[in-house]
Design a protein around this ligand. Structure first.
Ligand SMILES: [Zn+2]
Length: 343
């Protein structure tokens, strides 16, 4: 089985030369909790090890991130919020805003480095050196609102990236696809009145899981009305329900909106082994979600995709899911040739 997988991977490697951008940084482990917590530094360690010990290493260009400049972070978060976070870290506080969201002395700097990593991934895609990027960053971001940290999130990495992409590179329309098992309430709130950023989320139904938002009728407001799409799924939903949601709702939305760029809030906590959810998605399911997104991007958008890590708390499942996600990001479009090569 393993030999077959390795053989298949090498076959794919032989027919491809295109690389993707891969963002991570050893300092992402410096944001750590004082006690056991699911959002732990090992999450990025297992992803880093995956790259180091795989033929995939030859097909990624590592991007070394810089901290996000304050003037870019304040496109989303208020200066008062940043000051509050900076002071809380400096004062040695252990928790910030919500009792589930820890900080340590390094968290402010590492949150800036996490946002900066995502901007770096977007830069590598929007300045033309890569078509796709994966940003293995932490702390995650999609629960953070303009002036509030929550759900393990301090700065909203994907929202900052979208705003910077619009301001620095002149993009008009961006779609954020969020398949983390939790609704990205922060991202939705930031863009709910904005028709230039279409937020789409597939998640476990808010009756059953944090943060309790993301009902189907939440569709944006004012000029942003119709530019938020929520697809809550019942506990136990798995690959087939997620793929059906993509095919019946998300892909038609991508086709109609025709975004200049697709950003993915790539959480892997809908995996059937994840301790924080009740869903049953497999790593193969995440591969299919990735492939469907890339196909829609190729058909109805620019083909450019920046994927940003959000949740995923079972380390083995996270590693396996990210591996599938990365393989698809690297090898998408070559499947037919590879499959014929396997015969
Ligand atoms: Zn999550």
């Amino acid at each position: 089985m393993l030999q077959s997988l390795i053989f298949r991977l090498f076959l794919r490697v032989n027919v491809l030369s295109e690389k993707i951008a891969f963002v991570t940084h050893p300092d992402y482990t410096k944001h750590y909790p004082a006690c056991d917590h699911p959002e732990c530094p090992d999450r990025v360690r297992v992803i880093g090890n995956l790259i180091e010990n795989s033929p995939l290493a030859a097909y990624v260009d590592k991007i070394h991130p810089e901290p996000a400049p304050i003037e870019q972070v304040t496109l989303v978060h208020s200066p008062a919020y940043l000051e509050k976070l900076k002071t809380a870290c400096k004062n040695g506080n252990s928790w910030f805003d919500y009792e589930d969201t820890y900080i340590n002395a390094f968290s402010y700097e590492i949150a800036l480095l996490s946002a900066g990593g995502c901007i770096g991934g977007a830069r590598s895609v929007l300045e033309g050196s890569h078509e796709r990027a994966f940003c293995a960053v932490r702390p995650p971001g999609h629960h953070a609102a303009e002036g509030l940290g929550m759900g393990f999130c301090l700065l909203n990495n994907i929202a900052i990236t979208a705003r910077v992409a619009q301001r620095e590179w002149g993009l008009e329309k961006i779609m954020i696809l969020d398949w983390d098992v939790h609704h990205g309430n922060g991202t939705q709130e930031i863009f709910e009145k904005d028709p230039s950023v279409f937020y789409v989320s597939i998640h476990e139904h808010p009756t059953f899981i944090f943060p309790g938002t993301g009902r189907r009728w939440e569709r944006g407001s004012g000029p942003g009305s119709g530019y938020s799409m929520n697809i809550p799924l019942p506990p136990g939903a798995g690959d087939s329900e997620y793929i059906h949601s993509m095919e019946s709702l998300v892909i038609p939305a991508i086709k109609e909106f025709a975004p200049d760029l697709i950003l993915i809030s790539a959480g892997f906590d809908a995996h059937n082994k994840d301790p924080l959810s009740d869903m049953t998605v497999t790593e193969e399911g995440f591969r299919k979600l990735t492939a469907l997104t890339l196909k829609a991007s190729r058909d109805y958008s620019s083909g450019k995709v920046v994927s940003i890590l959000e949740g995923g708390y079972h380390l083995e499942a996270l590693r396996a899911s990210v591996r599938m996600h990365l393989e698809e990001l690297v090898f998408f479009g070559k499947e037919e040739k590879c499959l014929s090569g396997e015969e």
